[in-house]
Ligand binder design. Structure first.
Ligand code: GLA
Length: 309
C-alpha cells in the first residue's frame, strides 16, 4: 500500500522593489550605496512539489526560483507569483522575487544572510556578477528612509528621506537582460584598475557621502547637483548610459520642480531616477510625456525582524 502523503504546507512571502538614490556601479567594488525599498511588491506563495515550477503574472523566473531554493538548501517547490514591480525597468523585480521567496521559505533567516543568499542566487541564475545592493534594499529597507550601506562590511544605517521630496522613476523603454550587457566587463575593468572606471568609483563614493550630508542638512538643491554629476560620471567615465537615456535625463533636468535626475541601476538602457518637489508630480509627468512611477519608501521583507537593542 502507498504510504499516505502528507499535504505539503503552503508558505507565503512578500518583498519590495528598490530604487537607488546614488552610489551606482560601486557595490561590487566594496563601495557605499544609498538605495531605498519602495512601495511596489512581489508576492509569492508555494509548496513542496516534485520539481521546481513557477506560475507568474510577470512571466519567467524559473531559473531564479530554482537558484534561491538551491542556495537555501530547499527541496523543489511549486511557486506562484504576483507582482506590481515592472520587470526590466530598473526597479529590481528579480531581487524582489528572490527576497520574497527567501522570506517565504525561510522567514527566520537573518536579513543580511538572506540578502547574500539572494545575491548568490541571482549570480547563479544569470551568470552576471551583481553586487548585493538590490537584494539588501529589498530585504532590509526601512519605510521613511534610505539605507546607507557599506558593501565591504554590510554595515548600514538608515538615512531619513524628507517628506518634501518624491522619487520618480521613468522607464527609458530600452529593456535588456543584464546577461546581454557588458556589466561583467565593466566590473572586471574596474577591478583591474582601468583609470576611467576607477575615477567613477572614487567620485561616486564622494557623492554618496555628500548626498547623505545634503539630506541631513536639507540642502535639496545640492541633491540635484549630485544626481547630475553622478549621471555625467556614469555616462563619461563608467560608460553605462545610452543616447536615449541621456536625452531623457537631460529633459528631466530642465523641468521645473525636478531637482535632478540620473540613470539608475545597471544602465545600458533601463530607467532613470529623478527627485521632484512634492506637489509637482503631475506637472512633471506631463512635461516628461511618459509614464512616471512615483515611489514611496517602504519596509524590506526582513525589516520587521530588526529589534531595537
Ligand atoms: C544592478 C546590480 C547591482 C548594482 C547595480 C549598479 O542593479 O544588481 O548589484 O551593481 O546594477 O549599481
Amino acid at each position: 500500500m502507498e504510504p499516505r502523503r502528507e499535504r505539503p504546507v503552503p508558505w507565503h512571502g512578500r518583498a519590495p522593489g528598490r530604487v537607488n538614490l546614488i552610489g551606482e556601479h560601486v557595490d561590487y567594488l566594496g563601495g557605499v550605496v544609498l538605495p531605498a525599498a519602495i512601495d511596489r511588491h512581489t508576492r509569492v506563495s508555494g509548496h513542496e512539489a516534485r520539481e521546481w515550477s513557477i506560475e507568474s503574472d510577470i512571466g519567467g523566473g524559473l531559473s531564479y526560483v530554482r537558484a534561491i531554493g538551491i542556495e537555501l538548501g530547499m527541496p523543489p517547490q511549486a511557486v506562484a507569483v504576483e507582482s506590481d514591480v515592472p520587470p526590466g525597468s530598473g526597479l529590481s523585480s528579480s531581487a524582489a522575487l528572490l527576497v520574497a521567496i527567501a522570506a517565504g521559505l525561510h522567514p527566520e533567516l537573518d536579513g543580511k544572510e538572506a540578502a547574500l543568499a539572494c545575491q548568490r542566487a541571482e549570480q547563479r541564475a544569470t551568470g552576471v556578477h551583481v553586487g548585493v545592493m538590490d537584494q539588501f534594499a529589498s530585504a532590509l529597507g526601512r519605510r521613511g528612509n534610505a539605507l546607507l550601506l557599506d558593501c565591504s562590511t554590510l554595515d548600514y544605517q538608515t538615512v531619513p528621506f524628507p517628506d518634501e521630496l518624491v522619487i520618480a522613476v521613468i522607464d527609458s523603454g530600452e529593456h535588456r537582460s543584464l546577461a546581454e550587457t557588458p556589466y561583467n566587463e565593466r566590473r572586471r575593468e574596474a577591478e583591474s584598475g582601468h583609470p576611467k572606471r576607477r575615477r567613477h568609483f572614487e567620485s561616486e563614493i564622494a557623492r554618496v557621502h555628500a548626498f547623505v550630508d545634503a539630506l541631513n542638512e536639507r540642502r535639496f538643491e545640492r541633491l540635484g547637483v549630485l544626481l547630475k554629476e553622478s549621471h555625467q560620471s556614469l555616462r563619461d567615465d563608467f560608460e553605462v548610459s545610452t543616447p536615449n537615456v541621456d536625452a531623457l535625463v537631460e529633459h528631466a533636468w530642465g523641468v521645473e520642480g525636478c531637482l535632478g535626475a540620473r540613470i539608475m541601476g545597471a544602465g545600458f538602457g533601463g530607467s532613470i531616477l529623478a527627485l521632484i518637489e512634492r506637489g509637482r508630480e503631475q506637472a512633471f509627468a506631463e512635461a516628461m510625456k511618459r509614464e512616471v512611477i512615483f515611489c514611496a519608501t517602504a519596509d524590506g521583507a526582513f525589516a520587521h525582524r530588526i529589534v531595537a537593542r
